[in-house]
Design a binder for this molecule. Sequence first.
Ligand code: AMP
Length: 330
Amino acid sequence: MSKEKVISGIRPTGNLHLGNYFGAVRSFLEMQNEYDCMFFIADWHSLTTNPRPEDIKRSVRTILTEYLACGINPEIAPIYAQSDVPEVLELYLYLNMNAYLGDLERCTTFKEKARKQPDNVNAGLLTYPTLMAADVLIHRATKVPVGKDQEQNMEMMRRYARRFNQMYNVEFFPEPANFSLSEKAIKVPGLDGSGKMGKSEGNCIYLMDDPKTIKKKVMKAVTDNGPTEPNSPKPDVIQNLYTFLEIVSTPETYKYFDDKWNNCEQQFYGELKKQLVEDIVRFTDPIRERIREIEAAPERLDRVLKAGAEAARESARTTLAEVRHIIGFK
Ligand code: AMP
């Protein structure tokens, strides 16, 4: 039996942080072995915010480098730049003919973006969900890994697939299901006392941060005055540190520090932070090493993108030929 087709988009927005790794990338690594996976870097989507040409070029290569360093294997899961697959645009056009203004304007992601960039509420922003639908439907994929913020766009995608099928009385596009990342993913907290590590929060530990930078960031983590009674619940800022221990340290280490908390020991946060630094560095070291290897031989990126585009275009052409036939074009 053939494997289910899974397509995942990657936003080329700078470097990967630990939140990205444990929230998404780690699931991708599992997925690539279980499914017929393809990954694409959504560089067309990034035009909605008018980036500079040199930034686009750099960010595509940066994100590709880091995904490869994390272990995405292009031999089993092709990875391509969206802009290398022009077939997507033709399907985007067809889908736009069945996308209604009211639906598009109601999208939360559109409303948010429109609020963030009131001087640039362009049609690309408005039709972000149709381009996203084209990215997936062009391969007739059945599953898409998505975070919470993309669930509404997935609803739109299914609506477009359904509408196309009804309009032409065919069973052509599957309605792609959400492959919820949040089920398996760990929400990585910020060490500044905030609930989430994120770029806009400015509290990220990046995979490519060197040990000195990691140390600086971890040692600054917000704490409190220590436990006041045995076995008390941990306040959020302290829980954040323990969530980190759960992610990067061994269960024994976690237990060692959990016992300290539960036994109401004092002044162990310094030791805990030092341990965290050590364990984060141990975890990220091999990734950083692979990033350096790829940067030393950047031709590999061109080969990966070329092979990815070939695989994606072959699949896209097959779909598009049938779509044209269904619509009534030669
Ligand atoms: P972003 O870097 O905000 O574009 O996030 C890309 C993806 O990484 C999201 O859809 C999430 O799946 C994941 N992610 C980002 N930040 C975190 C976090 N702090 N904890 C868990 N997952 C995260």
